[in-house]
Design a protein around this ligand. Structure first.
Ligand SMILES: Cc1cc2nc3c(=O)[nH]c(=O)nc-3n(C[C@H](O)[C@H](O)[C@H](O)COP(=O)(O)OP(=O)(O)OC[C@H]3O[C@@H](n4cnc5c(N)ncnc54)[C@H](O)[C@@H]3O)c2cc1C
Length: 363
């Protein structure tokens, strides 16, 4: 740990997006931080798409998640500024599109739910017809029905983000230990944050998590290809979801979501890859000339109620895990809450949950 500062020591177990973002917030607030990470192979944030959607994540029954997501989206510009690399932000807007009238009805139900829970969202989530969809994204299919634009809901390049976060955490004086932690009692630190994704279960058996597997593809543009979309495209196609997230050199296509029979190594299944390719090329026919450079799969760390588990376990240990399909989106929000738990500011006790309104963090 950085011994130049007299601050309290914090060991962070897990160097994924949650662990690193919390480590950065804590280091910036004066903690002496050490990050223990088991390696990149089972890191969900590495395979992810990096979408930052709150309005688009609003599903009936998930009221609390909508509130957390909306707060976290607003914290992202500060985090990107802290990282000092605007290119981390890959898109600043999402376009939702429906292929059939049934798909359009499904999207209308989601929009209705968001508007009812967040009245101000009328300005940010706006219906668009096919003509406007084609004007904004000429590469999309001409057989779409209608859609919505979600302003301010973009995406980050998640791999660039992880690299910049690690640089920033190191730059803030933290140390890294490349090892799997097997027992929290072995860790020498005033406080311990367990942010180990699905690996949290092995360290804190009371934290109830399950995996939701997802296939995801990375396509690279060739010299003969049409340009990638310039915003996130989230489509409902004949009852299935597919999204296209722009990158400098192409698009990320995602993602399936199902409970895996086996939580071993996350290997993509043929059916998931075939469905994604079929839906993506129907949505944007020009993708047929792109190169398929990666077919990946990851395991989302999920809780039973869909909300992340962020709380104090005992005097020394805090947990932040179970971010499901939204861990990248929710990273700044999580860091704000964790910082409050670590410093005791405005914290009411172990029962502090994600319903607590976090104020601004260190950035
Ligand atoms: C296909 C797919 C697409 C996704 N798309 C999006 C998206 O567009 N937007 C979004 O917001 N979210 C998305 N997600 C979800 C997001 O990736 C996760 O919610 C997020 O990565 C969880 O972050 P985490 O840091 O808790 O866990 P992880 O990213 O899994 O990181 C956990 C880290 O802990 C380490 N670790 C585990 N056990 C130990 C141990 N015992 N000792 C030391 N280190 C340990 C691991 O090596 C790993 O580095 C997607 C996920 C998948 C699978």
């Amino acid at each position: 740990m950085n011994t130049e500062h007299p601050g309290p020591t914090l060991a962070v177990v897990g160097g994924g997006v949650i662990g690193l973002t919390c480590a950065l917030a804590a280091a910036d607030a004066g903690h002496r931080v050490r990050v223990h990470d088991a390696g990149v192979t089972d890191r969900a944030a590495w395979v992810a798409a990096g979408m930052l959607g709150s309005l688009g994540e609003g599903h009936p029954g998930e009221d609390e998640l909508l509130v957390c997501s909306a707060r976290s989206v607003r914290r992202w510009p500060d985090l990107v500024a802290r990282l000092g690399d605007p290119a981390v932000m890959a898109a600043t807007e999402s376009l939702f599109v429906a292929e059939t009238s049934a798909d359009a009805e499904y999207l209308a139900n989601l929009a209705g739910f968001v508007w009812s829970r967040a009245p101000r969202s009328h300005e940010d989530l706006r219906p668009v017809d096919l003509a406007e969809i084609r004007r904004r994204e000429p590469g999309l299919s001409s057989r779409l029905h209608s859609g919505y634009v979600a302003a301010g809901e973009g995406a980050v390049d998640n791999r660039r983000l992880l690299s910049r976060l690690r640089d920033a955490v190191a730059g803030a004086g933290a140390q890294f230990v490349d090892e799997r932690v097997t027992d929290l009692a072995d860790i020498d630190a005033d406080q311990v944050l367990v942010a180990a994704g699905l690996g949290t279960r092995a360290l804190l058996p009371d934290v109830d998590l399950h995996a939701a597997k997802g296939e995801i593809l990375r396509l690279r543009r060739t010299r003969w290809s049409v340009a990638p979309p310039s915003r996130v495209i989230r489509a409902r196609m004949r009852g299935r979801q597919v999204y296209l997230v722009p990158r400098d050199d192409g698009v990320v296509v995602g993602a399936t979501q199902y409970e895996p029979l086996d939580e071993g190594e996350a290997v993509p299944e043929v059916g998931g890859v075939a469905d994604l390719l079929a839906d993506a090329t129907d949505l944007m026919p020009g993708l047929r000339t792109y190169e398929l450079v990666e077919a990946g799969a990851g395991l989302r760390p999920c809780t039973a109620d869909g909300l992340p588990d962020i709380r104090r376990i005992d005097d020394r240990v805090v947990v932040a895990a179970g971010h499901g399909r939204n861990g990248i989106l929710l990273a700044p929000y999580t860091a704000d809450i964790v910082l409050r738990l670590l410093t005791g500011s405005d914290v009411v006790g172990p029962e502090l949950s994600t319903t607590t309104t976090p104020g601004g963090g260190t950035w």
